[in-house]
Design a protein. Sequence first.
Length: 539
Amino acid sequence: METILTVKNEHLERLSPQEAVDFFRELLWAEATVLGIGKNLTNVPSAITVADGGIDAEVQHMQVNGGQGIIKQDLTRYQIKTGNFSLSDDSHIKKILFKDRSTELKIRVKSCLDKNGTLVVVLFGWDNPETKDDQLINKFKGKLTSIDQKYDKAKIEIWRQNNLIGFLKPFPSLALQVNERERARFQTHKSWSQDGEMKKEFKAGQAQKDFISNMQNELRKNSEAVHIHVWGDAGIGKTRLVLEATRADDLRALVIYCDAASKFRDSDLMNEILRDDNQFSVIIVIDECDPDSRSYIWNKLKYRGPRIKLVSIYNEYDDTAGNINYFDTPPLDNEEVSSIIQGYNIPKDQADRWPELCSGSPRVAHVIGLNLKNNPDDLLKPPDTVNIWDRYVVGGDDPDSQQVQQRRLVLRHIALFKRFGYGRSVVAEAQAIAEIVNQGDPQITWSRFQEIINKLKARKILQGENRLYITPKLLHIELWTEWWDTYGSTFNLEDFSEDLPPTLLEWFYEMFKYAAESKVATRIVKELLGENGPFQNEN
């Protein structure tokens, strides 16, 4: 029965020489990772047109226990052939072994055989059967013994297409790559890395480098199944850090990325992984993996052994019982944020003005850099492809749901103030805001208001202890602007400020200076203070 992981001969046949070498490199690295062989001992150069002494790849002197036989004991060297290369043709066999128009062995073929290594001929475009036992091996030995009788005991293997397809069985990521189904519901690391958001310039400070190193160490553990949960506020770079952590040669070939838990949960791929006769080695990366899905998926996978690695990504921490490794995504330092902005041809002295508004978010830094370049009059303008401010507010929820609409209403009202009290001694400030929100939506009671606030704290959109503030700051300004655009025409300062605690009123006024960093917000300030604005009579 054909599945999304089915690989056919024609999938291998269509690979070019360069693609075949690149793909075989991934296969070798995947097998080496499973066997615990250091990537420094595998060598598959990508330069296929330079002199290579007759060898396309090698694994150096190894003591091998287990595996599929892709990597042999001691030295293994590989010659990779594509197209209609046929070992039934003597000239093709000579081409593998000998220098052009010569009976002299190619240098690295000779050294491999002289060192008692194994020479493997890998055929991506040929799958013909033999008519006699060891027919092709004997052909090779016949050519070799004509040079020197000692090569009668040479270790030679021929891998046809069916052998390669068999080797791919434990590696679903490689199967998806070669059958070109990687851009459907699931993506290989290569496909994932070509997504627009993943191709933006990557900057990392020491905290990000430590994050990557620590994650790689966890993924390389080989004693049991591993579950890493990556969390942090929207735009902080969670997904990109996971991409960079799994870019390492020994990890990349095992990765399958899915951008939503709903696509993986109970999918054909998950069912394949759970089959008793499958021994997949895979690093499953699931974005937008909510707590319920995370618990369900991990419950299915956690006793499948060290061949299974799960990386779940979500905005919230949501501590649960069990052996889950939690990775809190660190914000970028101001230096790296400025560097991202400078990447849009913004002079350093100008770029250095903006990191504070980004709150360590690379996504917001890219927005500022792009807008400074193309839309300097509107730094809040989101890219054409996606409204990043909605991604903060909506998250993975239905944008039209009552839940999201209430969250948006609360955030806009909170945004009127630079910060607000929520701790026990200053909770009157939060209660005053809740009363204003309740006038707009009576269903948002004090209890419901607290639920929304706690949710926003869990997602790190609200931060602080006794007094909370919105982050990133540019999101705060965007929400402040949205409130005035929506409700400003009927605003009455006297009614609004009547029951506000004094400190909260001060923070209300402070937002006018704070929001002046945005030219859109500045326009609103001018309107508010203008001849027809609600503050025109204020002294």
